[in-house]
Write a protein that binds this ligand. Structure first.
Ligand SMILES: Cc1ncc(C[n+]2csc(CCOP(=O)(O)OP(=O)(O)O)c2C)c(N)n1
Length: 376
């Protein structure tokens, strides 16, 4: 069995000090160590944990995710379409519930058989973590060489690998919504392109703009391809999680995460995580066209959802309903002057610019450009 603190300090020695995940009893001692002794963001979903860790990695951290193998199924989208194409390295620890030949619950049986295969299929380098601490440290050094080459590496962790660590009592401070502008007028329904023009024109030297999957990123690219931008082409729903990880890691930067209604609804748990960690340098803008515009305009279920109420109820200090471009600009200006985690909602028209192109740079080239900008 591994002495958890010894292994944990080895992780820290190698520079891994940002953690996110969803707990598993097999990993509880390493998770307890991370919560007690490192920066740990409690995600609501393992996929969101990947995106949060990816954001931290963009910001210069070496980040780690911890999850049960059943959570690997939740994490596939960002592992396949975020960390892989952007070459964002993540160190992962995934438990092995349902290990073949060992008695476990029926819901883990199949997952136990396919955990290693799933990692292999996703092009993720992996090893079973040894229960011997000297060997485990050697494995960690090996994993680190992949991380430093911008490739993810996962350890599969069997039962009773880590020795007990007591969880120090901790509670999240109760976050409060302080400012909530609700709908009180007609919506003027500007186009997404017009809304993005306003957002883009508001950026300053410290702004990072993260654009959600689909036409939002394509339109932002069309407007102005700049070192401030990252077009999150895949991992639908993860843009505010990516923004959270980056904002927490780089408090000197102003992070704007531009979301779509389909995407936000897909991973709505992020609202709760964002509201709880509440970095003041994160601005979360939702452009709601009540549709999956990028895939042909099919309706989303957003017409029934009060998004500013949701954000306020999740603890965003500021939650603002903008009825038009003027109010959108005011909300961004106010956030820039007086930073608080802010959610801005704007209802927009369906449809997009004709002949819309796609980013010509590869995702990892966009990331590299952003990281140079973040380092300067
Ligand atoms: C996990 C996943 N499911 C589905 C898709 C296909 N897809 C790409 S963009 C998109 C619509 C996104 O809708 P929304 O966030 O409202 O943005 P809009 O297209 O309206 O700008 C969908 C369904 C995807 N890329 N990833």
């Amino acid at each position: 069995m591994i002495e958890t603190a010894e292994f944990g300090f080895e992780l820290k020695q190698l520079g891994f000090d940002f953690f996110s995940g969803v707990p598993c009893s097999y990993l509880k001692n390493l998770i307890n160590f991370a919560i007690n002794d490192c920066e740990y963001v409690m995600a609501t979903n393992e996929g969101d944990a990947i995106a949060i860790a990816a954001g931290a990695s963009l910001g210069g951290k070496k980040s780690v995710v911890l999850m049960q193998n059943s959570g690997l199924t939740n994490a596939t989208s960002p592992l396949i379409s975020l960390t892989h194409p952007f070459q964002i390295p993540i160190l992962g620890f995934v438990s092995l519930r349902g290990e073949p030949g060992h008695k476990d619950e029926p819901q883990h049986e199949l997952m136990g058989q396919i955990t290693a295969e799933m990692l292999t299929v996703m092009n993720i380098n992996w090893e079973y973590l040894s229960g011997d601490v000297a060997e485990a440290k050697r494995q960690l050094a090996h994993a680190n060489s992949y991380i430093e080459a911008n490739q993810s590496f996962f350890f599969i962790v069997k039962k009773a690998t880590f020795a007990a660590v007591e969880l120090k009592e901790r509670s999240f401070s109760q976050k409060q919504n302080l400012l909530h502008y609700q709908k009180k007028d007609d919506d003027l329904l500007p186009t997404r392109y017009e809304a993005l023009s306003i957002i883009n024109a508001c950026k300053n030297a410290d702004t990072i703009q993260l654009a959600t999957t689909g036409k939002t990123g394509r339109e932002l690219y069309d407007l102005e391809d700049s070192k401030h931008n990252l077009y999150m082409v895949g991992s639908m729903g993860c843009v505010s999680a990516l923004g959270l990880g980056l904002a927490l890691t780089r408090p000197d930067k102003a992070v704007v995460a531009i979301d779509g209604d389909g995407a936000l609804l897909m991973r709505m748990g992020n609202l709760a995580t964002n509201g709880t960690y509440a970095p003041e340098n994160l601005l979360h803008i939702l452009l709601d066209n009540q549709s999956h515009d990028s895939t042909g305009g099919q309706q989303t279920v957003s017409a029934n959802v009060q998004f500013t109420e949701l954000a306020a109820a999740c603890g965003y200090p500021n939650s603002i309903y903008a009825h038009n471009l003027h109010e959108l600009k005011d909300a961004i200006d106010n956030w820039q002057k007086n930073k608080q985690l802010t959610f801005v909602y704007l209802k927009i028209a369906k449809g997009s610019k004709n002949d819309l192109g796609r980013p010509k740079m590869k995702p990892y080239e966009v990331k590299n450009r952003l990281q140079v900008f973040l380092r300067d």
